[in-house]
Design a protein around this ligand. Structure first.
Ligand code: GLC
Length: 421
């Protein structure tokens, strides 16, 4: 029966004008909730068009995914047709990706213009926007209520509230409880968290949009000092090796009051069986003092077609399907992936499933980009230097002002002429 259905699908696809059945290899994130929803939609496309899809697994951390993809694409391998790329990679992978303009029929016009601009390099549309992310603060509504605390607006208020609840709960026997969990491992995720701290203290964005290295400044140092004090006090020392999923693991099992994470965590934490289901609130990340601002790093993923794909037309068709409004709506409801199509933020079903998408819309629209446009193909090296300097400060191996002064020198040396433009 299965075989018969398959044959029928192929005949239908041929009749619909698709040239021939093919197997497309698709990389859409590390195994987990993200890959599951991706697989569902990709299989739908395969069934509809009479083709097949195979999934290529990748490591968890985005910088490790990049290393793997660079290795594959660098050797001109056709082992991958469609790939998921981070918002900071278009400049890095520009030469390896197909221009999607001839296939998109203008569909990109439905998406946020800033993301489309980010995905366009040298006039080529290198990827289609798939979902956006920004850092958000999750908190335990039930614990804040219990201790009659308001949602904090500055990092100092958050630190004090976290400490108060951690101490009181531990005294009451809840000895595994931590105040705050976040991403402290030396990897791309730490760059995102640390950019938020720095920017919230008005310390800039590492390299400014004009190409000037700005990271060595007192506000940035203050931001890193603030975070370093959390380690071992309101955050477990192990946070220095946490990525998104380790932080979520602690928070979801009920062992943290506050957590910095991306939107995807919302749906998993509210699934049946989750110990924190219905107890979680979401707010903007705190400001760096009263003169500071709420800053959330812009993240997100796009879908692209490898230049070495043997089936570029079909691969582009798959990308267009997966990034369509219909699939983005499904993903927003099922797995709280923020759409890249502004119109979907008014969709009632999406708002019902993930109310924060409407509530935090201004945060998504004004998120802080990492300096990937200006540093282009060298972004990963810039970020690597930044996360290492930050990690040194967090682990007590360096003083913030000195670490940032050294970083400033290193980033200038890495740039083409002491600045990036
Ligand atoms: C999320 C973001 C991505 C970022 C990564 C860092 O996946 O969407 O942009 O680079 O986290 O861990």
């Amino acid at each position: 029966m299965k075989i018969k259905n398959g044959i029928l699908a192929v005949i239908a696809a041929l009749a619909a004008g698709h040239v021939s059945a093919a197997t497309l290899r698709l990389e859409c994130g590390a195994p987990g909730p993200g890959q599951d929803v991706c697989m569902t939609s990709a299989k739908e496309w395969a069934k509809k068009t009479g083709n097949e899809v195979q999934f290529v697994a990748t490591p968890n951390d985005s910088n490790e995914q990049l290393a793997l993809l660079q290795q594959l694409l660098g050797s001109g391998s056709d082992k991958i047709d469609v790939l998921q790329i981070d918002v900071v990679w278009p400049g890095i992978l520009a030469n390896q990706l197909l221009d999607l303009k001839p296939y998109s029929k203008g569909a990109e016009k439905q998406h946020f213009a800033s993301i489309v601009a980010n995905d366009t390099v040298g006039g080529k549309l290198l990827a289609m926007p798939w979902y956006i992310d920004t850092g958000m603060m999750y908190y335990r509504k039930d614990l804040l209520d219990k201790y009659h605390l308001k949602a904090p607006t500055t990092w100092d208020e958050m630190t004090a509230a976290a400490k108060k609840m951690q101490d009181a709960e531990r005294t009451a026997g809840n000895d595994k409880l931590w105040g705050y969990v976040w991403q402290g491992r030396a990897y791309e995720g730490l760059t995102c968290d640390a950019l938020e701290w720095v920017s919230s203290f008005n310390g800039g964005t590492i390299v400014d949009p004009k190409g000037k290295v700005t990271i060595s400044n007192p506000n940035a140092a203050k931001a890193l000092d603030t975070a370093a004090k959390w380690v071992g006090t309101i955050s477990p020392k192990a946070v220095l090796n946490f990525s998104e999923e380790e932080a979520r693991g602690v928070f979801q099992s009920g062992n943290a009051v506050f957590m910095r994470n991306w939107p995807y965590a919302w749906s998993v934490m509210n699934q049946d069986g989750s110990p924190v289901k219905g107890k979680v609130g979401v707010m903007m990340l705190p400001k760096g003092g009263n003169g500071g601002r709420h800053a959330a790093t812009l993240g997100g993923w796009q879908l692209a077609v490898s230049r070495y794909s043997k089936n570029p037309k079909l691969a582009a068709d798959l990308v267009m399907y997966l990034t369509s409004a219909q699939v983005q709506k499904y993903r927003a409801i099922k797995a709280s992936f923020n759409p890249t199509i502004p119109a979907l933020y008014q969709d009632k079903d999406i708002i019902k499933a993930s109310p924060f998408m409407a509530e935090l819309y201004p945060t998504f629209a004004s998120a802080v980009p990492r300096p990937s446009t200006v540093t282009a193909s060298k972004y990963n090296q810039v970020s690597n230097q930044f996360w290492n300097a930050t990690h040194d400060v967090l682990s007590g191996n360096a003083k913030s002002a000195e670490a940032l002064a050294q970083l400033d020198g290193a980033l200038k040396r890495l740039s083409p002429s002491g600045s990036w433009k």
